[in-house]
Design a protein around this ligand. Sequence first.
Ligand SMILES: [Zn+2]
Length: 353
Amino acid sequence: MSWDEISGHQPQIELLRGSIRRHRLSHTYLFVGTDGIGKRTFALQAAQCLLCKTHSENEFLACGHCPGCKQVLAGTHPDLFVVGCPEGKREIPIDTFLGPAERRGKSGLCYDLSHTPMAGGRKIAIIADAEKLNDESANALLKTLEEPPPHSLIILIATNTDSVLPTIRSRCQIIRFNALSTQLVTNLLLKNGSTSDHQAAAQAAGSCDGSLSQAVMLLDPELRAKRDRLFDLLAAGPFNSIAVTRYVMEGVEATGTEAPLQREQALWFFRFSIDFFRTAMREMIQPESRLIPQAAQFRQRIKNPTADHLTTLIQVIERVISGANHIEQNVAVNLVVESLFDEVGRILRTLPA
Ligand SMILES: [Zn+2]
């Protein structure tokens, strides 16, 4: 791993390098940005640079083959701690920071950080899923953040600043990471072997909100089949709210009875819907993208597109976005889906012929 393999985040590399050279590296950072754009990989690379035995800290580079680099890559460096929300759990438990109840305060991240670095240099902690710190965990961590041990560096990672408890957030220097451009995601998908089909890569990149991991998921044939069927239904004229709702709910229910999985599936359908109507809008302005053939069909039914058509599609997109927000706020999926597509149908019926 080297900085060359980190794409789209050059300003953030320079920001940290500059801080190190001015001896202004903060003890605590909060990396924020959409899921799947490489924040965690970036944090690991930063840690490797600081623990590399070949390069000085000022260079902010990692050689990749010294003992420090090798241990970071193998996940065995004694001065690097990577924690996050355990699989299947909703919160990061206090044990992560203070050790299990029977050994409270005698193990855990806060305990590990309080010791002198083993290999000299620094002790570095990467805390993924910082939005999943509960009050108890946050309080435990807060004590460490208030008086950071000398030579420690703590990097928290979250999708947005609002989701992190204010007490934690206020102790961190925030570094924002941008979503990746469509072109960059397309190139990365082709380069990393996710697909060799340029059209499929461009289509996934166009629908992934700048997240490489979402784009990779979008290359999954099953998910693509679901998306294509939804596009068929959205393109059909006249819009059939009942058919769309039934199809989406079947997909949601097929994931099982777990609410988080159902919500995730519903969000995919909403993302696809947004993508569909956005592409239809683009087709009206400049009919050439054709990445979604069904959106082109939808567009072709409109003889002379006007500003009114665009306004109507913007209303539809806004309605889907608000539906997605309701899903994220844990409103019952079936209620959201039903009222959303009912409303979309109502809006589309106002579309001038
Ligand atoms: Zn090295």
